[in-house]
Design a protein around this ligand. Structure first.
Ligand code: B12
Length: 259
């Protein structure tokens, strides 16, 4: 059992935090005063401007350091814990071979206008990420990487053509909630194009997603910053080859023959 805690900067429990933001005004003493006023309004008191830098002609970036009185209670925090075992590529390949008796097909890409492919490539490309090989390295996975700026209809079409078991979508740009809107559009399109028991597993990832939003976004799982390919491969195996998993039932060779 954990008890409520405070942040600290200099001495344990002193409540000190650091905050950065930009105000739409040139740097001046008034601008610094405005930054302190904002911090005070947010509950930082006292608040000290420790860095101020004019950006272009009309903006100033601030770092403010100060005390808050709020407590956090770790026992009430809700997170998505990993609820599947981490497998090595060898174990993942063996599980797919044993259960599907064919390669598991993954179609991925960045949807909308998003051209940030480094994240999805980190997961899919053979070179991988953080010392782990990407999904292309797995012998029992067939990976179709559609790259950047894939439209939702294109994605659905490719998923159909490839008979995808899973669709992996990356969204990095979050301006005007583009990542949320695009993801909802994507999941709605898959629901429209597939009967519920035939729909591929929908996975979305990017640095600014909230992992708890999967149901709200209509996807099966959300992955965020720092995700490694091994985690994704293990999740795919868990969801698509474990007999108790609901999405597995209609993808087994027997079920596919029957349909
Ligand atoms: C590299 C980069 C670019 C490159 C992209 C090159 C490429 N081929 O990808 C270029 C120069 C093209 C670019 C362009 C732009 N960029 Co840029 N870019 C970045 C930068 C510096 C790094 C992103 C990156 O590669 N991260 C490394 C990867 C490995 O991390 P990741 O994406 O988080 O991926 C990991 C996880 O999130 C997860 N993951 C990600 N996707 C998926 C998907 C699945 C299925 C799974 C399971 C996991 C997963 O796994 C990955 C590994 O752990 C960021 C700033 C930053 N430091 O993050 C800005 C940033 C993302 N860009 C930004 C912006 C604004 C732009 C532009 C709009 C700029 C402009 N005005 O033109 C354009 C948009 C272009 C477009 N149409 O999308 C903003 C976005 C702000 C926002 N709130 O949305 C950022 C945050 C910079 C900033 N602070 O302003 N950019």
């Amino acid at each position: 059992m954990s008890s409520p805690i405070r942040p600290y900067g200099d001495t344990t429990g002193d409540g000190m935090v650091q905050l950065s933001f930009t105000l739409p005004m040139p740097h001046s003493k008034v601008a610094e005063g405005a930054a302190v006023q904002l911090a005070n309004t947010m509950g930082m008191d006292p608040a000290l401007v420790v860095h101020a830098k004019q950006m272009g002609e009309e903006y100033t970036f601030f770092v403010v350091y100060g005390r808050v009185n709020h407590l956090v209670d770790p026992s009430t925090v809700q997170v998505v814990e990993r609820d599947y075992p981490l497998l090595s590529p060898k174990e993942a390949n063996a599980a797919i071979k044993r259960s599907l008796r064919r390669r598991l097909v993954v179609v991925g890409g960045c949807i909308g206008t998003d051209a940030h492919t480094v994240g999805i490539d980190a997961i899919l490309n053979i070179k991988g990420f953080a010392g782990e090989k990407g999904l292309e390295y797995y012998r029992e996975l067939k990976v179709v990487n559609l790259g950047a700026q894939v439209s939702v209809p294109q994605l659905v079409e490719s998923a159909r053509e490839e008979r995808a078991d899973a669709v992996l979508v990356s969204q990095v740009v979050t301006q005007r909630d583009a990542h949320l809107l695009n993801t909802r559009e994507m999941s709605a399109a898959f629901r429209e194009s597939y009967p519920p028991d035939r729909r591929p597993l929908l996975i979305v990832g990017g640095p600014r997603f909230d992992e708890t939003m999967a149901a709200d976004l209509g996807v099966d799982r959300v992955f965020t910053r720092g995700t490694t390919p091994g985690e994704v491969a293990s999740y795919l195996v868990h969801r698509l080859t474990t007999p108790s998993s609901p999405t597995t039932q209609d993808r087994t060779p027997q079920a596919q023959k029957a349909s």
